[in-house]
Design a protein around this ligand. Structure first.
Ligand code: HEC
Length: 228
């Protein structure tokens, strides 16, 4: 056989080999993708639920197990956790388990779920407070500024110091809106009516600032949704 013939055979073997690796990787990913993924509200915990496919609805019992696990993981630590909930409800942590409990081996040991969270650090509390204050100040500005409307009227002209805004009574039935309304819908009603402005999206930073300011003026009040 000549040299070229061997060269062609080697290339063919290499191509087949690469293709086989690709197929097995793809199968592995497909298998992983066959798990139902659930994320926690803090965005840091991901649970892959074995026995369910993406888009499939879990039984009530299984869903409760997943919810409990998410809450437990949130209480245990602040870090990112990727865990797999096996069909028998044992848990495997897929990332560095030493983050959660120091004597756990990643990918091997089921997590022993402990209740009771860690208190926030001073740094975290400081950040929460300064962000809250920033939003209150921003809301105060928007509330005292006519730029939300078109006719020069601002919220404080009828609600000095956010008086009569009653954040603690929401959601409640509002006659103007003819339905049970949220505080944000009522804020928008006042933007569109006395101020003759365009309503804000519910996730608009100005809306969140207004809600933060208005609600902050009712700090310590008992929540009484529905109260008139
Ligand atoms: C012309 C006066 C006027 C202006 C300006 C005004 N409001 Fe109102 N606001 C009212 C009246 C009147 C009500 C109705 C109270 C009710 O029916 O509960 C009300 C109700 C509300 C409520 C619900 C209060 C409750 O007890 O449930 C909120 C919240 C509110 N306004 C926020 C705002 C915001 C935010 C602005 C500025 C974008 C604003 N208002 C501007 C007159 C005004």
């Amino acid at each position: 056989m000549n040299k070229n013939y061997w060269l062609i055979i080697s290339i063919l073997v290499l191509v087949v080999f690469t293709f086989a690796i690709f197929i097995s990787k793809a199968a592995q990913f497909e298998k992983e993708g066959n798990l139902l993924t659930v994320k926690s509200c803090d965005g840091k915990k991901t649970i892959f639920v074995e026995g369910f496919k993406e888009g499939e609805k879990m039984s009530k019992e299984k869903a409760q197990v997943v919810a409990n696990l998410l809450m437990d993981l949130i209480k245990i630590c602040n870090q990112e956790v990727i865990a797999k909930l096996k069909e028998d409800n044992s848990v495997i942590v897929l990332n560095d388990a030493s983050l959660i409990l120091p004597d756990l081996k990643p990918g091997k040991t089921p997590v022993l779920l402990a209740h009771g969270g860690q208190p926030h650090t001073k740094k975290e509390i400081k950040l929460f407070e300064s962000e809250e204050k920033r939003m209150i100040d921003e809301g105060y500005k928007v509330f005292h500024d006519s730029s939300l409307g078109t006719n020069g009227i601002s919220c404080d002209m009828c609600h000095p110091d956010a008086s009569n805004t009653h954040a603690e009574t929401y959601p409640k039935f509002q006659t103007q809106l003819k339905k049970v309304a949220t505080l944000r819908e009522m804020i928008n009603w006042c933007i569109e009516n006395p101020l003759e402005g365009a309503k804000l999206k519910h996730d608009d930073p100005k809306m969140i600032a207004l809600e933060t300011y208005i609600t902050s003026t009712r700090k310590g009040k008992v929540l009484e949704p529905g109260k008139h």
